[in-house]
Write a protein that binds this ligand. Sequence first.
Ligand code: PLP
Length: 373
Amino acid sequence: MQVEPQTFDRVLSSMCTEPHPDARAAAERFLATNPGDPGTYPAVTDLEEEAISMLGEIAGLSDPAGYVASGGTEANIQAVRIARDRFESRTDSRALDRTGNPTPNVVMPESGHFSFQKAANVLGVELRIVPTDRDHRADLEAVRHSVDEDTALVVGVAGTTEYGRVDPIPELGEIARSVGALFHVDAAWGGFVLPFTDDEWNFSHAPVDTMAIDPHKMGQAAVPAGGLLARDETLLDELAIDTPYLESTSQATLTGTRSGAGVASAVAAMEALWPGGYQRQYARSQRNADWLADALVARGFEVVDPTLPLVAADVPVSTFDSLRREGWRISRTATGEMRVVCMPHVTRSMLESFVADLDRLQCRASVPVVSDD
Ligand SMILES: *Cc1c(COP(=O)(O)O)cnc(C)c1O
C-alpha cells in the first residue's frame, strides 16, 4: 500500500508549508540535477545565480554572493564557519605572543535557533548566549558586555522561531563592528515577510555580512531550499574547498551532491510571488495571527503580541495535550507557551475550527458532565 504524506489541514506549528504550484512543478522537473557539479549541470547552476540575485533583492543587497543551502541550519553553520576562519586569519599574528590560540566566540541572544549549537559543536567555537529583554528581543547591554577581542561573530535574529521577534539589527551590527567581528542575521523564517513591515532587518539597514533566508519556509518553495547570502564574494572564499574530480575548481557548500529541486523551486516561487504575492500572503497571515491572538485573549489566555504572523499563548498543558489528541499539530516554546505559526496553508476557517475545539475542550474541562436525558 502506498503511504500518503500528511495533509496540512491541522498543521499549525510548522515553519514549512504547501509549496506554490509552480515551485512544486519546478522541483519535479529539476529533481535529477545536481548544482553541486556545475560542470555537468549548467542549467540548474544558472538558476542558482538567479535565485541568489532574487534573494539579494528581497534582502536589500544589490550584488549578492551566496548559494541555495539545504536550509537555515546549513546557512547558519556556514556563517559561523566564515566568521571563525576570518577570525583565525585576523588573529594569526596576535596568537604568536600568547601561549595558545584564542578560542573564537559567537555572541547570540537566547532566542537564537538551536542550529547555532550545532555550529558551535562542529566548528569548535564558544557560543555565548545572552538574555533577551521583556519583549523577547536581544538585550543590547548584555550583548555589549559579552563581546570581546575574541568575538568572531555577532548573531541577530530577524523573526525568531518562538515569538517572531526582530532583534535591534542596526545596533547589533554596530556592536559587532566595534570589536572587529562579523555580523550575521538569521532571517530563515522572517525574510519573506519582513520586506512588508517597517522593521530594519536587512543588508541596506545595517552592516550585515551574512544572512540566512529560507525559500522553503515563508518563501513557499519545496524543501530543501535554504539561502545563504554574503555581502561580498570574498566572504564565501573562506568556504571554498578544492574539488579535484569535478570540472569546477572549488565548492563553497557544506553538502556535496544536492538536489536541484530546491534551487529550481526557489526560483519558481520567487518569480511567481515576489513581491505582490508575498505581500498579500503576509497581510493575510498577519490578519490571521491577530484574529487568533484576539480570540485567545477574549478567552482569558495570556498572549504574546504577534508582531509577525506567529502567536504564542499560555494555554494549560492539559488543554494543549487535548488539542494534540484532536489532531492539531501545535508545539510549545521553551517556556511552555502554545505556539501557532500562521503559514500560508493556515486559513481563517482552520483557525475557527481550532478555536471551536478549544472552546469545547475548555468547557469539558471546567463544567461537570451532565447527562442529556
Ligand atoms: C527554521 C529556522 C532555522 C533552521 O532552518 P532549517 O531550514 O530548519 O534548517 C534557523 N533559524 C530560524 C530563525 C528558523 O526559524
